[in-house]
Design a protein around this ligand. Sequence first.
Ligand code: 13P
Length: 251
Amino acid sequence: MSKRTPLIAGNWKMYKTCGESVKSAQLLKSLVDGVTGTDIMIAPTFTSLQPVFNAIKGSRIDLGGQNLHWETEGAFTGEISGDILKSAGCSFVIIGHSERRQYFGETDETVNKKIKAALACGLKPIFCIGESDAERDSNLTFSVLDKQVQAGLKGLVSDDLKDLVLAYEPIWAIGTGKTATSDQAQEVHTFLRASIAKQFDDPLAQSLRILYGGSVKPGNTAELMSMPDIDGALVGGASLDAETFSQIVNY
Ligand code: 13P
């Protein structure tokens, strides 16, 4: 069992209207009312951020954005800045999700700029990395992840990263129902902690929260969370239903 405070984070992706988001957030608030010792975050779509923030006020649920632009402001139609996310109530932001990398051209370089922008305005980045099916089959998992971590955190020092959360999301496990086994995930998380210790230092590696994401559901959370280097979960599909998500929170 990890010594770090667990974080259970829900990525709502492009689901739910404002009304649906608020309803779900209100229900979740009541369902996690008695929870202690676990941090909780939900990341609805941009237009639902402010109303969801109002709905979760007074609870232990934090709000997160699903993306941000690295510039602070300007003529960037369709983009959103860290300060704008903060003004809507966000304290976290998901960065470098594999869907952003796959469909919206995000690269290790843009991910690096976004992490720096988030840290500069006081948002806690949830930095996503993960290998594809083909990369795992070719035994490239560790080299792919090492490169993503090094490039994503380039130019940063240990002191900058106290609020960063790393999320290991194997692409082959996202939305597929094919969860990594707890042993597979633990093996990668151990590797990632060692990689952070090498790139930065051991105290940072020991305090850094590393979440697992990919087909997390109520039935597999306890097993994943029993592993010493798994500090939480980044949940997609199973976070959309407040009851189901609260069961994951209460693993
Ligand atoms: P699923 O939980 O639906 O597999 O999605 C995981 C994910 O992408 C969270 O960011």
